[in-house]
Design a protein around this ligand. Structure first.
Ligand SMILES: Cc1cc2nc3c(=O)[nH]c(=O)nc-3n(C[C@H](O)[C@H](O)[C@H](O)COP(=O)(O)OP(=O)(O)OC[C@H]3O[C@@H](n4cnc5c(N)ncnc54)[C@H](O)[C@@H]3O)c2cc1C
Length: 388
């Protein structure tokens, strides 16, 4: 039985609605994710059948208005959902992050009314899967130099280029793709599965996020109808605003992975005996557990406060960077320490720790690397960019 830590009674800061949402997602994760996820990760497969269920439980677009199929919830509810999904696996949370923050959000915030009506209800219900194409083979942390090009041909646009490391690309029905126009301005277009010249091969042999689908998006003279351009955004701030939303969700999500590891380690340390005593009675193991719960508590407070700022539309991108960076590193450290508490058992699939640990190696890199988020904080406090 899962007993997440709540050392500072952060639950008291949540509303009745947040707690209800949390209970329902927690039950779903227990029933639908935990019994199968280790096998899927071993097989390097995404549990496709969960997509429709995730739509049903409201995991897609929780903060998108109900008139477009979302749940109209606040930012803290979004965070709470992400934490419960990531307790199951970062792959499940990644699917929800991409669908919600990187596909539904830009269509909602930058799309036409016709685009909102066409795509959002299908994405919210899981009848349609979305992907987000920003990263390219030669430009990851530096997307401003992207090579993917969008040419205006009068009756349509022509899209050429490629994107790499794209979550859900092999199964995506629609991809929000960022490309530069003839003036060098970044624009967003909606590319649909089946458009001639568009392919999405899978990237295999990952040792991390093995239960998540990752692939490329390749565009070879793809004709894009004019109505598929996102009309209300120009420039790199478009994709960056999407990333802000996703990074915020990650700051919450990884709390779920960290709590699962800590809870596992604490219970194991209380039960397992060596030298005639429970592991939990040794100072070295208590140090690990005490430090873990301290860091999880700090991470919870950071995520909650950021959520209230986002609810008031006051959270800055730099504040989001700080929370994403801190909480992912915290979760990775908690996973590593927890694994040690379990000794050899820690490397097996009987416990979730090793899977979380290897997943978090991706989470610390995507949506802005650990280093890049540090540079964002550095720039914010000094006024001096140190990226170049
Ligand atoms: C599983 C997975 C799923 C992903 N899903 C998506 C997706 O759905 N859509 C999408 O668009 N992208 C996605 N990504 C891509 C991800 O966002 C990029 O991997 C990330 O932005 C880093 O880019 P890169 O891998 O090219 O690393 P690079 O940019 O090449 O960086 C390599 C290293 O150099 C460091 N570095 C780079 N620049 C600097 C600098 N100026 N100063 C100091 N250090 C620096 C970085 O911190 C990093 O440690 C995904 C990645 C993974 C692993």
């Amino acid at each position: 039985m899962y007993h997440p830590p709540d050392y500072y009674q952060v639950d008291e800061l949540l509303t009745e609605e947040h707690l209800l949402v949390r209970t329902s997602i927690r039950k779903w994760t227990d029933r639908a994710v935990l019994p199968i996820i280790d096998d899927y990760a071993h097989r390097h497969e995404f549990p496709l059948h969960l997509i429709r269920e995730m739509g049903e439980i409201g995991a897609f677009g929780p903060y998108i208005p109900e008139k477009y199929g979302g749940s109209g919830l606040d930012q803290i509810a979004y965070g709470v959902i992400m934490a419960e999904l990531e307790r199951g696996d970062s792959a499940i949370r990644s699917a929800a992050s991409v669908q919600s923050s990187l596909v539904m959000y830009p269509i909602y915030a930058f799309g036409s009314e016709a685009q909102r009506n066409k795509y959002l209800p299908l994405l919210a219900s899981g009848k349609m899967v979305g992907a987000f194409g920003l990263t390219e083979p030669n430009f990851g942390s530096d997307p401003g130099h992207m090579l993917t090009r969008l040419q205006d041909k009068g009756s349509h646009f022509l899209l050429n280029g490629s994107k790499m490391w794209i979550t859900n690309s092999p199964i995506a029905d629609v991809a929000v793709v960022w490309a530069k126009d003839e003036q060098g301005v970044v624009r967003g277009v909606l590319v649909e599965k089946g458009m001639p010249g568009f392919t999405a091969p899978e990237t295999l042999k990952k040792w991390s996020l093995r239960a998540s689908l990752t692939g490329e998006l390749v565009f070879d003279q793809v004709e894009i109808p004019k109505e598929n351009l996102l009309p209300n955004i120009k420039g790199l701030k478009g994709p960056l605003m999407c990333l802000n939303s996703a990074r915020y969700g990650i700051a919450w999500g990884v709390l779920g992975a960290a709590m699962a590891c800590y809870d596992t380690a604490l219970r194991y340390a209380l039960e397992r005996k060596q030298f005639g005593k429970p592991l939990a009675s040794f100072q070295l193991q208590q140090k690990k557990l005490a430090e873990m719960v301290t860091e999880i508590t700090k991470g919870q407070l950071l995520a909650w406060r950021l959520g209230t700022l986002r609810n008031d539309d006051r959270a800055t991108p730099a504040q989001i960077s700080m929370a994403k960076r801190n909480n992912v590193e915290m979760a990775l450290k908690v996973a590593r320490e927890s694994r040690q508490v379990l000794g050899a058992m820690g490397i097996t699939g009987d416990f979730p720790i090793m899977r979380h640990m290897s997943n978090l190696e991706s989470v610390i890199t995507y949506e802005g690397t650990h280093d890049i988020h540090l540079l964002i904080t550095g720039m914010d406090i000094t006024g001096i960019p140190a990226f170049e």
